[in-house]
Ligand binder design. Structure first.
Ligand SMILES: [Mg+2]
Length: 471
């Protein structure tokens, strides 16, 4: 069933239906509502329950991801070498990243899987490593490359949430609690894992859990390129059998002391009396008991900062060579980017469109907007122009992206009325812009309430099945 309705009617219909989709037609200001099934009593109760949970907050579990780059220094060096024309991928041979051998810093900082198979460990001396593996290739560290790749990862993760803690150069915690938008935490974790590999060329482990500790423990399970969950109910099977030395934040000096108390696994520690531990180890004892039981209430420590630019890109499930389809996808991305812009209360001055061909050829063009804006329609109009100018007919496209830059927090709309302008036209224009603004606001509210993937613009109905919003 499809209805073309006024926004108030759309709201009422939504209340009465359990499965629905609202499209907003960008050219004719109206909503198109598609209803699949009517609400049952049960789902109404569930919705109320959910509302209650969201309101109280206490009952809403935190949704945390921990993203950890596999063999970061070695992978990042490998990518850099390949980019510069190297024929060898050092991830595929026995190789290490090591400090200067002649100095005391001559130790193994990172190792390839083949080097690991030879028994080489992180922090071995280079001499030891060479003894273990005679054909070993040694490469020096380059922090500039590490920083660049770390920033690329951070930028990609910012498409999922603004609450990111950079725990180290190759590890981040993501607070996804209010950023799931109808998707599951596990799906988001899998998507990040896939996108990092495809778009940045290195692999990550992702830990999926309800707090930082469990997410961190989960990302440390089997490596590389894996996504692991560690829900509360999985603690006894996945975490407790692990040796005590694997518990996060447990110092090397503490391990033998615990061994003396016959505490050898994380499970042993979890079942030890809490008071006994705090008497022996003080505050640290309480903390290790809590960690062993999966308790951690620490927050993801992020730095709230105003973004300099906002963007998103989509790797298409199959190459597309029709400009009409590319325009539809561009509308989806414009919609999401503009929504995030409005959430930040920022206005864009520049629009940039990026295309990647089937053969991994990247091109991007940008255009200045006539005036700072956060309107989906205005951003899309310019993006569409750029696409038309840069796209060579028939070229198969594998990735399309849009980015807005030179952001400002002031609207700075100068209502310049030229002497030659017809006053009536100017007023009409102003009125249209106001109308557009109100519509954007209404859609944003609906999105926040019902999720991004349910509220889509009518122009992109065809592509929505494979174009999912990031948040
Ligand atoms: Mg790592």
């Amino acid at each position: 069933m499809q209805y073309k309705v006024h926004s108030l009617v759309a709201k009422n219909l939504i209340k009465k239906c359990s499965t629905f989709r609202v499209h907003f037609n960008i050219n004719i200001p109206c909503f198109i509502v598609t209803i699949k099934t009517l609400c049952t009593k049960k789902s109404r109760i569930d919705k109320n329950k959910q509302k209650f949970y969201n309101k109280t907050g206490d009952n809403m579990k935190r949704q945390i991801l921990h993203v950890d780059v596999n063999n970061a220094f070695l992978s990042w060096t490998a990518i850099d070498m390949l980019k510069k024309g190297s024929k060898i991928d050092i991830r595929e041979i026995p190789a290490i990243i090591g400090g200067d051998e002649s100095k005391r810093s001559g130790i193994v900082l990172a190792k390839s899987m083949k080097a690991k198979e030879c028994g080489i460990k992180t922090a071995d001396t280079i001499y030891q490593a060479k003894m273990k593996c005679p054909g070993l290739q040694i490469f020096s560290s380059n922090f500039q490359i590490y920083k660049e790749n770390s920033n690329k990862l951070y930028k990609l993760l910012l498409e999922y949430t603004d609450k990111i803690e950079r725990f180290s150069i190759d590890e981040c915690f993501l607070d996804m609690t209010h950023y799931l938008m109808n998707d599951t935490l596990l799906n988001k974790g899998k998507e990040i894992n896939k996108r990092v590999k495809e778009e940045l060329g290195f692999t990550v482990n992702v830990g999926v859990a309800h707090n930082k500790l469990l997410a961190k423990m989960a990302s440390d399970f089997t490596k590389p390129d894996r996504v692991h969950t560690l829900w509360e109910e999985e603690i006894p099977t996945k975490m407790w059998p692990l040796p005590i030395s694997e518990l996060f934040m447990l110092g090397k000096k503490t391990v033998p002391k615990l061994y003396n108390m016959q505490i050898k696994t994380i499970g042993d520690l979890a079942q030890t009396n809490k008071e006994t531990l705090s008497k022996k180890f003080g505050k640290h004892g309480t903390m290790m008991w809590e960690y062993a039981n999966g308790i951690d209430n620490s927050e993801v420590k992020y730095k709230p900062e105003k973004p300099k630019g906002i963007g998103n890109s989509i790797t298409l499930p199959q190459d597309i060579s029709e400009i009409e389809k590319l325009q539809e996808i561009l509308l989806s991305i414009s919609d999401q980017v503009a929504y995030r812009l409005r959430k930040e209360k920022m206005y864009a001055n520049v629009v940039n469109v990026q295309l990647r061909t089937k053969n991994f050829l990247d091109t991007s063009h940008q255009k200045k907007l006539p005036e700072p804006t956060a309107s989906t329609k205005e951003i899309y109009t310019v993006a569409k122009q750029i696409l038309q100018e840069m796209y060579r007919k028939g070229t198969p496209i594998r990735l399309i992206g849009l980015r807005v830059d030179n952001l400002t927090d002031k609207e700075k709309r100068q209502e310049q009325i030229s002497l030659f302008d017809n006053l009536e036209n100017t007023n009409k224009n102003k009125e249209n812009k106001e109308k557009q603004k109100r519509l954007d606001e209404t859609i944003d509210k609906l999105k926040e309430k019902y999720g991004n993937n349910l509220i889509t613009r009518a122009g992109k109905m065809q592509v929505e099945d494979f174009v999912k919003f990031k948040k």
